[in-house]
Design a binder for this molecule. Structure first.
Ligand SMILES: [Zn+2]
Ligand SMILES: [Zn+2]
Length: 145
């Protein structure tokens, strides 16, 4: 009898939507294409992919802003993908020409941020069908004065 000993509780259950069947980095075109088990296709250009880097350096940690929060001008090296490594069965780690390779892009993240029009419309629809923000629940709002 074995018990899973994953330290992280962040694993989402594998679904066809977040299971890649094919990942192809096309350095000539500057795109990363992912085909999912539910037959959806996602294509990221390298630059927006670099902006998504989820690592602590880029995103910040413990309340500190990350490097990408300073709105840097990305150089050609920083947006040139040189290599792509699988991380377990839940993420990929792009290596960039400037040497940066600490970003683990989970499949959940990559599918969630899919830049295709269909997914863009779905995200827009999910956040506001008619009204914009959800109405604040009375009594649960902490006041700061
Ligand atoms: Zn990073
Ligand atoms: Zn999509």
């Amino acid at each position: 009898m074995t018990t899973p000993t994953h330290a992280s509780g962040a694993f989402a259950p594998a679904t066809p939507q977040t299971t890649p069947v094919r990942i192809h980095a096309d350095r000539a075109a500057g795109t990363l294409a992912i085909e999912w088990a539910d037959a959806h296709a996602t294509t990221y250009a390298f630059e927006p992919l670099r902006w998504l880097c989820p690592c602590a350096h880029c995103r910040g940690e413990a309340g500190m802003p990350g490097w990408l929060d300073s709105n840097p001008t990305l150089t050609a090296e920083q947006t040139t993908l040189t290599d792509l490594h699988a991380v377990g069965n839940y993420a990929i780690s792009p290596h960039w020409a400037d040497g940066h390779k600490t970003g683990y892009y989970t499949y959940v993240l990559l599918r969630d941020r899919c830049p295709c029009p269909e997914c863009g419309a779905r995200r827009a629809g999910a956040s506001g069908s008619g009204t914009h923000a959800p109405a604040p629940a009375a009594g649960t709002h902490e006041e700061h004065r």
